[in-house]
Structures are given as structure tokens and as C-alpha cells.
Design a protein around this ligand. Structure first.
Ligand SMILES: NC(=O)C1=CN([C@@H]2O[C@H](COP(=O)(O)OP(=O)(O)OC[C@H]3O[C@@H](n4cnc5c(N)ncnc54)[C@H](OP(=O)(O)O)[C@@H]3O)[C@@H](O)[C@H]2O)C=CC1
Ligand SMILES: O=C(O)[C@@H]1CCC=N1
Length: 276
């Protein structure tokens, strides 16, 4: 299957759809004129995406779905049922359905569709915008190996891809889908420190970004455990040790673990709430 010949539809034109459209069009894996997007009702937003990325848009679900080979579901989990009901009549079995929705299972989507379409669940993150998403992928029961390969190839245009078992998706949603927000939250705290210390934001922000980038590269390219890397920074009686002690006093690790547990739990809850 050649990806360049495929026509791709986005049902939902919010922040995640935009991040993926930006990544895909920048890498030219799919040409912009093969991408079409629609949303619930916000026409202005569709015009914005058309102007920004040169994609096509339409307010007609029929046009969008009938003209496409790969349908990317990019609405909120609460909207899945009405969204599939609206497009069901235009969904022939050859169309591949890709879902970005947190929590919602392939089985439920297959049930809503009522045919034997290949359904593939992906969990990207907003770093897709710059081709740096860490995307996990899992397949529904009618998706063949070649279909999964095609979607993997498509998602490679926005960053790395990893195939996982569907039951692990809730936890990976925490670790990679939602996690950028947790790292940003930490940087927001550092921003407050920058202000408190009277430092120049223009100087401090790039230093913080480079520090995170360096940490990410060290984790990705050295074979050393995070604890080993941390210990190499921590001189006995030095500055880092003083900082780490304070984090431990504030139960930093427990807070992070609780945060990831709650995120995972919420993904499961979304499934319970919206799979009727
Ligand atoms: N944001 C993120 O970091 C990530 C999000 N996701 C998942 O991606 C999905 C989208 O999230 P996000 O982009 O943040 O959400 P947004 O709220 O930014 O966008 C939701 C979009 O869905 C549209 N919509 C609502 N109902 C329908 C419908 N029936 N048919 C077509 N479009 C519809 C809305 O249209 P309108 O504006 O007209 O109402 C809007 O364009 C969610 O399911 C989320 O779980 C996954 C990974 C990361
Ligand atoms: O907050 C959410 O529900 C979505 C899913 C992962 C990131 N954002």
C-alpha cells in the first residue's frame, strides 16, 4: 500500500488534529491536497487550517468521508457515538479508521461502525507539531499487518512510533500522550523561580529548553539508568543534593507516580463513561 496515494480525512479539527496536520505536511509524507478536515460546526477554524497548511476542508461529513481512504477520528471521547453515527452510512469496509481518542477501545468503535473496518488506535502527543511525537499504536481485530504498517508509516511523519497491546494504552496515554503537560507544568514552576530571582526570561527560557533537550538526549542515547545519570550530577554536600533533598521532603516522586496513576485511571473512566 502506497501512503502517497492515500487520501486522509480528519474528523475533528482541534489542537491534536492540527499538530498532526502540521507534522505530516512539513515532512511531505502526504501532500496537503490529499488531506481534508471537518469539525462539528466551527467554520472559521476550518478556514484557518486551510490557509495555514493548504489542506482542504468541508462541512459535509459525506464529502469528507466518501473522498478518503484513511479516516482519522480527532474529536473528544464524549463525541464518539454521535460522530460515528453521522458518518456510518459513508464508511465502506475498505476505509481505515484511525482513532486518537483517549480511552475509547477499538472493540467499541468496531461495534459502532458495525462493519469489518480496520480500526487502529494511536496515542500521539502535541510534539507532533514539530515531528517529535512519541506515538503508541494498537490495532483492532480487523486490522491486517499491512494496514498497521501503513498507519505506522503515516505516524512516523510526526515522530517515533511504538506498537503496544491495547490493554497498555491507558498507561501509555499517561506516559506519552498527557506527559508533555506534566513537563510543561514543571517548567511553569521554574518560570516562577526565574521571576522570583529577577532573571531575564529571554535568557532563562532557552537555557531551560536546552537543559530538557540535553536530558532527553542523554536518556535516549546513553544506556545509563536515570538514577545513575542523576547520581553523576549529585556531588556529596553539593548544590544538587540540597535540591533533591527538598524534592524528597515534598514527596516529589510520590506526586509524579500519583499523577500518572490518576491519568491512567481517567483513561479507563472515559471508556466506562462513553462506551454505552
Ligand atoms: N490534545 C492532546 O494533547 C491529545 C489529544 N488526544 C485525543 O485527541 C482528541 C482530540 O483532542 P483535542 O484536539 O485536544 O480536542 P479539541 O477540543 O481541540 O478538538 C475537538 C474537535 O472535535 C470536533 N468535533 C466535535 N464533534 C465532532 C463530530 N461529531 N464530528 C467531527 N468533529 C467533531 C470539534 O469541532 P468544533 O470545534 O466545531 O466543535 C473540534 O474540532 C481527543 O479524543 C483526545 O483524547 C490524543 C493525544 C493527545
Ligand atoms: O487530556 C486528554 O484527555 C488528552 C489525551 C492525551 C492528551 N490529551
Amino acid at each position: 500500500m502506497n501512503l502517497r496515494e492515500k487520501r486522509i480525512a480528519f474528523l475533528g479539527a482541534g489542537s491534536m488534529a492540527e499538530a498532526i496536520i502540521a507534522g505530516m505536511t512539513a515532512k511531505q509524507i502526504v501532500s496537503a491536497d490529499r488531506i481534508i478536515a471537518t469539525n462539528h460546526s466551527n467554520k472559521e477554524r476550518l478556514t484557518e487550517l486551510e490557509n495555514k497548511y493548504g489542506i482542504r476542508t468541508s462541512q459535509s461529513k459525506k464529502d469528507v468521508v466518501s473522498q478518503s481512504d484513511i479516516i482519522i477520528l480527532a474529536m473528544k471521547p464524549k463525541d464518539i457515538q454521535p460522530a460515528i453515527t453521522e458518518i456510518k452510512q459513508y464508511l465502506s469496509e475498505s476505509k481505515i479508521v484511525v482513532s486518537l481518542l483517549a480511552g475509547i477501545s477499538t472493540r467499541y468503535m468496531e461495534q459502532l461502525i458495525g462493519l469489518r473496518n480496520a480500526v487502529v488506535r494511536v496515542m500521539p502527543n502535541t510534539s507532533a507539531m514539530i515531528g517529535q511525537s512519541a506515538t503508541t499504536i494498537t490495532a483492532g481485530r480487523y486490522a491486517t499487518i499491512s494496514t498497521v504498517g501503513l498507519i505506522k508509516q503515516l505516524m512516523t511523519s510526526i515522530g517515533t512510533t511504538t506498537l503496544i497491546e491495547e490493554e497498555q494504552m491507558d498507561a501509555y496515554t499517561a506516559l506519552a500522550g498527557s506527559a508533555p503537560a506534566f513537563y510543561y507544568y514543571m517548567v511553569e514552576a521554574m518560570e516562577k523561580f526565574v521571576e522570583e530571582q529577577g532573571l531575564h526570561k529571554e535568557t532563562a527560557m532557552p537555557l531551560m529548553a536546552q537543559t530538557i533537550k540535553g536530558v532527553a538526549e542523554m536518556l535516549a542515547t546513553t544506556s545509563e539508568a536515570p538514577a545513575t545519570l542523576r547520581k553523576k550530577i549529585t556531588s556529596p554536600g553539593g548544590t544538587t543534593e540540597a535540591g533533591l533533598k527538598t524534592l524528597a521532603q515534598h514527596e516529589f516522586q510520590q506526586a509524579v507516580i500519583a499523577c500518572l496513576e490518576q491519568t491512567t485511571k481517567r483513561s479507563k473512566e472515559l471508556r466506562e463513561m462513553f462506551e454505552k
